[in-house]
Design a binder for this molecule. Sequence first.
Ligand code: SF4
Length: 737
Amino acid sequence: MNKLLRTAQSLLFERQGTLTRELLREPGGFGLGQVPSRLKPDTTTTAVCGFCSTGCGLDIHLKGDQVVNLTPAKDYPVNLGMACPKGWEALTPLKAKDRATTPMLKNDSGQLRPVDWPLALSTFVQRMKAIQGKYGEESCAFLSTGQIPSEEMFFLGSLAKFGMGMQHGDGNTRQCMATAVVAYKQAFGFDAPPYTYADFEESDVLVFVGANPCIAHPILWERVCRNRHQPEIVVVDPRRTETAMAATLHVSLKPKSDLCLFYGVARALIARGAIQSDYIAAHTEGFDAFRAHVENFNEERVLAETGLERAVFERLVTAIEKGKRVSFWWTMGVNQSYEGVKVAQALINLALMTGNIGRPGTGANSITGQCNAMGSRLFSNTTNLLGGHSFEDPVHREKVASALGVPETRIPRSGSLAYDQILEQIHRGKIKGLWIIATNTAHSWINQADARALLGRLEFLVVQDMFVTTETAELAHLVLPAAGWGEKDGTFINSERRLMLLKKVARAPGQALSDFQIFRLLAEAWGVGEMFEKFREPEDVFHAMRAVSRGQPCDISGITGYEMIDRLRGVQWPLREGEAVEERSERRLFEDGRFFTQSGRAKFIFADPRPIPEAITKKYPLVLLTGRGTSAQWHTQTRTAKSPVLRKLYSPDPYVEINPKDARELGVNPGQWVTVESARGKMRARAHVTQIVSPGQVFIPMHYPETNLLTFPAFDEESRQPSYKHAAVRVLPSASV
Ligand code: SF4
């Protein structure tokens, strides 16, 4: 151990007492130890993948105490021996040269320079407290992620809100799942995706809306391919995506006409008598008002607004009418919309009125995005009080306070501002200190130039991340070096509500620590170490998650600990104390027709479609669609771009898909550099001339750093989710950026 580390340790011993001393003795703390003692040398262990929400099991192979490689786990109930390219390359980013290996503090010249942990911790505390002292506790906030384990989210949310007095904190899951959360809460009484992956194999009609599982969730598409019922596979999407090409029916509607379409489908099904009146009467409420509402969406209106041919519309209606087990699946094409909650609820309505819920092969099913999007939804203390509780409910506050042993008075009486509202408060000068954990706001946020300018206005920006080179870390005053997937323990919750283990199989480089360890140090440095003294290991937090979940729809009190999750290859929630569960079981919700609303009935919820926030104009005559461009890259590429293999599977140059008709009219040739411009910014891209997009539309993958220079900052009013999928742009045949 070098002198720097010894100095850091001794300083920490002096300043922060016993907890810190114990922390630094832990395997992985400041380079001590290699892998946890529970992993035997020369062994293979199974851990869940750390990219998307599918939750594939990966067998990680160790030689001695060193990781050598991984293979997809053959007997894992999620992926059945398969993995996408990202999963195969999951270990590669850990060895990247730009890992954050020491805390970095910006000096007077504006350059980030290495400092020791004691200085980093004391700087964090002094500057955040100074801001709070000057402007009030609400002047500091945090932005978190769907990429860290639930235990770390739980600790962060508790420390920031109950310990540090930060009322406002949100996650990047606002960018992907907030719409589904609100839609489910309002309709079902709880954020409860009802399905299990077996439903992909059980359906005879699968309707994918704004979803491209062939590349966004390729292992889930493999599950569809295992379906033996020769299903009708419908894709509702303006683009002819990879999934649309493989589907039996592509419903290529005009962008953002989906709400009109689904109300029209509901009307047509009612007119044909293709509804389950007994189910509606026994298990739902609000159907009569819904029926009156959809009367306004006759076939002529639907065809005019969606641009569909009559035969396509009628085939969609017939598929749902004739299907015995119809499932509706949606992802970001629905969620990332200014009226996404209502579109999601329109799909829920279709499932309810046709009785397609609670049975094998059915459901109104939101596929989540990030590896722990659902952990963030339930256990991060951002959208809800821990465990799906409400900050506004005094009974809930008391329950959570008592389960955690924190004073009830430390729990805020109201929820947090959403991500966009936190940025808005920076704009207004109300938020001055921001702590960003494992997300890359300066790349991924909508209308990027504005977001970067706002981050630049902060008096103190802390970024806690694996890498010092992210666009956001480069703007930080202080960078805290964090361990990544594979370097820490905890649990993720996948799309089908399955809790799975990730495992520490490698040591974080240099002085990087797990986020869990960083939170322990910060709790101590802030002076609230005692409040969290029970949180010595991630599994201690897991038991706190069990305690707060008790009696909730997401009750996990029956999961006794990590050993049980490991042995059973993951466990879906709920599992109440005393309930039995089989190994590799797959369970769905609402089989008894009872929902989590007060009445026990699901609700039909609806509204009129709203105008598109940024319509095309003469100057900007094309609609920009954005989305996932490849199964080989993940979001802002901070990890996946480190893999030479994954880089080869994806164009290094930004590209824009443009229809041949538009290309001809613009004088654009395939492969040439063009400029794509919106009212907010412009970028260079190579023209990919293709029928995948319809005339009048262009598509750019979200992974490129420039893409969000173009996007328009509209938000769903109920979920506050950004509407990434529609902006007005023009294409210029010269690359003039
Ligand atoms: S990224 Fe998703 S689909 Fe790919 S291996 Fe990981 S969990 Fe599976």
